[in-house]
Design a protein around this ligand. Structure first.
Ligand code: PLP
Length: 403
């Protein structure tokens, strides 16, 4: 049996009729660009997020870009984010004419290290973009506290974190604005390109609304220079159908993550992702950390399992950002994680059989290690790696060599 990294067809099978009906309605009413299906989705999504406003746009990248523009960020400004993210986070900053400044991530959470944030702030800094990588919110309390103290905006990149919570609060509750991608593979995915923002700030929502529609609040009166980033009616209708299932789908992802943990808990060669105590993690991605990634990829491919790497090259080392002049070693935690991350198949429709097959593949990629512990009475005895820790911790101390 093959286990794909993602199986959008499996999800479609369960909702095909509803999707067809919704699409037909849009086509019959010719509400292709903007219109009632978009505003209907905006209301439902704001409700889902517990925020006052939601605005649908063309993509997650544009959600980030228009948010920064709406906050007045432009040339001469700096915006702080992390290097282990999808390139779009940094692109949105650059597209405003501002400069992305990076701070490294935490070893455990893979998200922005708040203890490094303050040192990256300069008189030009205007905003901070924490990224809720893999579906787990960044540690927002200290980030927001530091941002407030320095008069900076907080823009959440929640493009991988639909339905996540930080200490019970969803994206957009603690910051100026939160940005989502509805790219097909995301936890809430359209059948094409789409994105959105949520915020409690009415005037900010209005600014994004105007920017996404050529800077016009009234037809053909263009008050600012904007762009066409209107959400497509068909995408809005698809998203409205799928939104009703999102909580259930996220619950399934959480169950699959727990199952992976059970099945891989005893492996010494893999570091499992950690759920932070403050987080309701929605597992957009379940990424292990492994030392010898090519070996894992090859063994898993042999076992019929497709994996992903998110992301092999951190943003500061991308060719596109060579102009910033960051050398290897600038952000050591993000760089090491980029070398070690291995994303296992993760989607709501995964079956237990598939999960077991993936886990079996991971196990066979872990070469059983043999270590030799000297026993006075028995010479060299091979000890399986997973027993080594137990021996170390035993009442006799390390091995039995002491006596
Ligand atoms: C997907 C993603 C984006 C960009 O969203 P698009 O809809 O593809 O433009 C931005 N940031 C992160 C972290 C993402 O995962």
């Amino acid at each position: 049996m093959k286990v794909p990294y993602l199986d959008l067809a499996a999800q479609y099978q369960g909702i095909a009729e509803e999707i067809s009906a919704a699409m037909t309605q849009v086509i019959a009413s010719c509400s292709f660009s903007g219109g009632p299906f978009v505003s209907g989705f905006e209301t439902a999504f704001a409700d889902f997020c517990g925020t006052r406003h939601a605005v649908g746009v063309g993509s997650g990248t544009e959600a980030l870009w228009l948010s920064l523009l709406a906050l007045g960020i432009g040339p001469g400004d700096e915006v702080i984010t992390v290097p282990n993210t999808f390139i779009a986070t940094a692109e949105a900053i650059s597209l405003c004419g501002a400069v992305p400044v990076f701070v490294d991530v935490q070893e455990k959470s893979f998200t922005m290290d708040p203890s490094l944030l303050e040192a990256a702030i300069t008189p030009r800094t205007r905003a901070v973009i924490p990224v809720h990588l893999f579906g787990q919110p960044a540690d927002l309390d200290p980030i927001v506290e530091i941002a407030r103290r320095h008069g900076l905006f907080v823009v959440e990149d929640a493009c991988q974190a639909h339905g996540s919570r930080y200490k019970g609060k969803g994206p957009g509750a603690m910051s100026e604005i939160a940005c989502f991608s509805f790219y097909p593979g995301k936890n809430l995915g359209a059948y094409g390109e789409a994105g959105g923002v949520v915020t409690n700030d009415r005037s900010l929502a209005e600014k994004v609304r105007i920017l996404r529609d050529h800077g016009q609040a009234t037809k053909y009166c263009h008050d600012v220079i904007g762009i066409n980033s209107r959400m497509d009616g068909i995408q809005a209708a698809v998203l409205s159908v799928k939104l009703k299932y999102l909580d259930g789908w996220n619950q399934a992802r959480i169950r699959h993550a727990e199952r992976y943990r059970e099945l891989l808990a005893d492996l010494e060669d893999v570091i499992l992702p950690r759920r932070m105590e403050y987080a309701h993690h929605v597992y957009h991605i379940f990424a292990l950390r492994v030392r010898n990634r090519p070996q894992f990829l090859a063994t898993l491919a042999e076992a019929g399992v497709s994996c992903g790497i998110h992301y092999p090259v951190p943003v500061h080392l991308q060719l596109a950002y060579r102009g910033l002049g960051h050398a290897r070693g600038s952000y050591p935690v993000a760089e090491r994680q980029a070398e070690e991350f291995l994303s296992l198949p993760m989607y709501p429709e995964l079956t237990d059989e598939q999960i077991r097959q993936v886990a079996q593949g991971v196990r066979s990629a872990c070469r059983p290690k043999r270590v030799y512990v000297t026993y006075r009475f028995a010479g060299e005895v091979p000890v399986a790696a997973h027993n080594r820790a137990r021996i170390k911790e035993g009442p006799e101390g390390p091995g039995t060599q002491r006596r």
